[in-house]
Design a protein around this ligand. Structure first.
Ligand SMILES: O=C(O)CCC(=O)C(=O)O
Length: 335
């Protein structure tokens, strides 16, 4: 089946005043109607360079319980490397369609890897205003370089360097999440696969949209992952549901946005909350984002940590293989 890329739809609509009906969200999802306009608190921002490690761990634990999302600054990743990561991804999406199609996800593939556009419509039979490129970046045994662009030439070098830095940040975040619940430093990381934790990079490309009030870039969801670490470009669009309101994430240059995903909610027996989020699109500018989804190996069983259970705190979630969790979630089956 020929896949129609959203970038091509957007180019054909440059001077149009509306968008195809299959992109128009029902009213209860439309950003223009549902975005909260009143005074709203900002997503917590945490400075990872503070010398008091306990207070950093407490801040991370607090944000993970109250919000399920936070931004981190002074994380040790050079701003110049983040700019190169963004430039390399943008270069790829600016290539002619036939060059990008060389990386297309094969139609029969069971994996998410490759250049793609969500073809399966969501429950409302609606499409989202987004194309993407997905490929694994860690561990080395999981990498398939067939899905890593060779144009621009420095794509691989930049992404490998970014992965090295991200791994450091991730180790620190897992330590804080464990300590924040009174657990051994390594408890959470070991419970999601340790050295085998998979790092899946996605690049989202949201072309300019003539009717950003009617469409969504990504519909509301929580991530399947343990954590997701996201770098956006400077076009705002990420929204999170907090206390029943959709609120905008503030753009902080060079910050990383950390999402708590379903697997951490399960491990923590619900103490940490997976954040419900979505992304909106922009009339004039292309929005881009670079989430790295940290996922257990498919056969890995994730369930509430026994250290957190007691007769007063019985398990709220079933323990199951990550691949079975994914299957149920993607097919909208009960867990
Ligand atoms: O682009 C964003 O800010 C959010 C992306 C996202 O939620 C996703 O790709 O699953």
């Amino acid at each position: 089946m020929e896949v129609e890329r959203v970038q091509a739809v957007a180019s054909s609509l440059m001077t149009a005043e509306t968008i195809p009906a299959d992109f128009i969200r029902p009213e209860q999802e439309r950003p223009a109607i549902t975005t909260y306009l009143g005074p709203a608190p900002d997503i917590p921002t945490i400075d990872l360079s503070l010398p008091d490690r306990d207070s950093v761990a407490r801040a991370i634990a607090h944000a993970s319980k109250e919000w399920g999302i936070f931004q981190v600054v002074n994380h040790g990743i050079p701003a110049e490397l983040i700019s190169r990561l963004q430039a390399a991804g943008k270069h790829f999406f600016d290539l002619p369609p036939e060059e990008k199609e060389a990386y297309a996800k094969p139609p029969e593939s069971q994996s998410v890897e490759g250049y793609g556009t969500r073809v399966s419509k969501d429950v409302n039979c609606k499409r989202t205003w987004n194309d993407h490129l997905f490929h694994k970046v860690w561990p080395p045994s999981s990498i398939n370089y067939r899905f890593w662009p060779t144009n621009p030439q420095d794509y691989r070098e930049v992404n490998e360097e970014y992965t090295e830095y991200i791994r450091e940040v991730v180790d620190g975040l897992f330590r804080c999440l464990s300590v924040g619940l009174g657990l051994e430093e390594k408890a959470m990381m070991e419970a999601v696969g340790g050295e085998e934790l998979q790092y899946n990079l996605k690049i989202n490309y949201y072309p300019p949209c003539p009717r950003p009030d009617l469409a969504l870039g990504v519909a509301a969801h929580t991530d399947l992952s343990t954590l997701t670490i996201l770098v956006p470009n400077d076009v705002p669009g990420l929204q999170v549901l907090k206390d029943g309101h959709w609120i905008d994430a503030k753009h902080i240059p060079n910050a990383l946005i950390v999402h708590i995903g379903d697997q951490i909610e399960i491990l923590s027996n619900g103490l940490y909350k997976a954040v419900l989020h979505r992304s909106t699109v922009n009339k004039e500018k292309a929005r881009m984002s670079w989430p790295v989804f940290l996922e257990p190996p498919e056969e890995w069983v994730v369930g509430p940590l026994p250290q957190l259970l007691s007769p007063e705190s019985p398990p709220k979630y079933k323990a199951k293989k990550f691949k079975d969790y994914m299957y149920c979630k993607l097919n909208k089956l009960p867990q």
